[in-house]
Structure formats: structure tokens, C-alpha cells
Write a protein that binds this ligand. Sequence first.
Ligand code: CA2
Length: 145
Amino acid sequence: MSKIIYVLNGPNLNALGKREPGIYGGKTLADIETDCKTVGGDLGFSVDFRQSNHEGVLVDWLHEAGDRAAGVAINPGAYGHTSIALHDAIRAISIPVVEVHISNIHAREEFRHKSMIAPAAKGMICGFGPHSYILALHALKNITQ
Ligand code: CA2
């Protein structure tokens, strides 16, 4: 039976592909979901892919993943830079969590350089465009077998 991997997405990621293609590329979140499900299937995962603009919903989904899933890849969007609640939710579950960013947050504005969740996560992947998600799935494959 396939392991379940949650791929969670935070605020404004539903707007991908519609604005700022120079920073985030031209793919929509639906395109990224398709790619994650294809690659995830090849890796033996069943990918549960979700997006919310609400911090508390992301907290609830992390707790749910802790009960149901083998691992999580999360692009927290801007909440990654601010959210102690997401940091605590990651610490509250025992499955590995990989932080994902499409852009290289360290090459952008100073306020994006800090991640509140990276210290609680297993690791972080950023800067590879939508391929960051695929790298996170490979990392989860490596650490969940
Ligand atoms: O690079 C990433 O994946 C980010 O998590 C994307 C977030 C940003 O706040 C983080 O610093 C880095 C933004 C999500 C998408 O925002 C859009 C803004 C304009 C047009 C389309 C999407």
C-alpha cells in the first residue's frame, strides 16, 4: 500500500502562474499538483495536495498529517517567515516535514531570509522553481523508507 504524503501550500500560492512569472515561473498550482502526483506515484506515494490562505487551517492539516501520513512537504508561503504556530505544529507531530519554497528566499528581500519553521523541519529546499516540490518528494522518499 502507498504511503500518504501531504503536500501543503500556504497563502497566495493559488495565484501562481497568473502574476509574477519572473519570480515563480509560469506553472499554476494545479500544474504543480499534477507533477507531484505523477512523481509521487513513481516513488510509491499517494500525494494529498492542498492549499489554504488561512494559518489555522494549515495548523489543522499538519495535525491531521501527523495521524495519517508518512511525511509532509509544505510551502508555507509568507507564513514561513512569521508563524510560530506553524513552527509549533511541526514540532507537535512526529513525521518528517520538509519546507519548500519555489524562489530562493535568501536572494530576495531581507524579510524573506528568515524562516520561522526551518528549525522545526527536517530540512528546507528553496530556489529551484516548481522543481523544489519534486526535490522535497525525493527527500521524503529517502528519509521515510
Ligand atoms: O518562493 C516561495 O515559494 C514563497 O513561499 C512564495 C510566497 C512568498 O511569500 C514566500 O516568501 C516565498 C508567495 C506565494 C505566491 O505569491 C504570489 C504573489 C504574486 C503572484 C503570484 C503569487
